[in-house]
Design a protein around this ligand. Structure first.
Ligand code: FMN
Length: 194
């Protein structure tokens, strides 16, 4: 297991492991014609049983069907609080209720979703119109259409913007080569070493 680059392990946890400050970023998938498709998601991270990024989604969604055919995924998150852009690339594993090894993880991630989102999943699953007034569903009951995208990153690109002087911003790319993380410091303008 390669895990995350040790040097940015704490940073990854601070960025994606804080439920009080949700990390809404964008992930992109590719359809069967090679067309990229991007959308906003809540990006979480986990340490056990593996280190990875985790995204809750509906198994009827486009992203899910893209990833089923092509597990390559990329994402980006801009945190204005610390002026940091985090980009990642990786391979996605799709975890659904059928993947019994992860049933606890699925349930805990389900309960991390906002109640109104859980209700939306459940109404959609039972075919009830979403604009139904006062819908009667139990939001603790897991929807069969809830799944998890587990991203095992193969590249991290961390760009620490310097708000006073753009040219002094720091950008590091960590890429997985022969099961080891290779780090290079690059320009913010392109990927050539500085
Ligand atoms: C702030 C925000 C957060 C969102 N978080 C998620 C999320 O965690 N998971 C998800 O599947 N969709 C999330 N969405 C909805 C997606 O952006 C998207 O509209 C939906 O998942 C359908 O995407 P797809 O058909 O391309 O798969 C979020 C949207 C917004 C605006």
């Amino acid at each position: 297991m390669t895990g995350w680059p040790a040097e940015i392990s704490d940073f990854i946890l601070e960025t994606f492991g804080n439920d009080a400050r949700k990390a809404y970023g964008q992930i992109s998938t590719v359809n069967e014609k090679g067309q990229p498709s991007v959308r906003t998601v809540h990006i979480h991270c986990i340490e056990h049983p593996t280190q990875g990024l985790l995204i809750s989604c509906n198994t009827k969604s486009e992203k899910w069907s893209h990833l089923k055919k092509n597990p390559q995924i990329a994402g980006c998150f801009w945190n204005p609080e610390n002026q940091t852009q985090v980009r990642f690339e990786g391979i996605a594993d799709l975890i659904s209720e059928k993947t019994s090894d992860f049933s606890e993880l699925i349930q805990s991630m389900w309960m991390k979703m906002r109640e109104e989102v859980r209700i939306t999943y459940l109404l959609d699953e039972e075919g009830t119109p979403l604009n139904t007034k006062s819908p009667k569903v139990d939001p603790t009951k897991h929807s069969h259409n809830h799944g998890l995208i587990l991203v095992t990153p193969t590249l991290w690109d961390v760009f620490q913007n310097n708000p006073k002087a753009y040219r002094l911003g720091k950008r590091s790319i960590y890429s997985l080569k022969n099961n080891k993380w290779d780090k290079k410091q690059v320009s913010s303008l392109h990927e050539k070493s500085i």
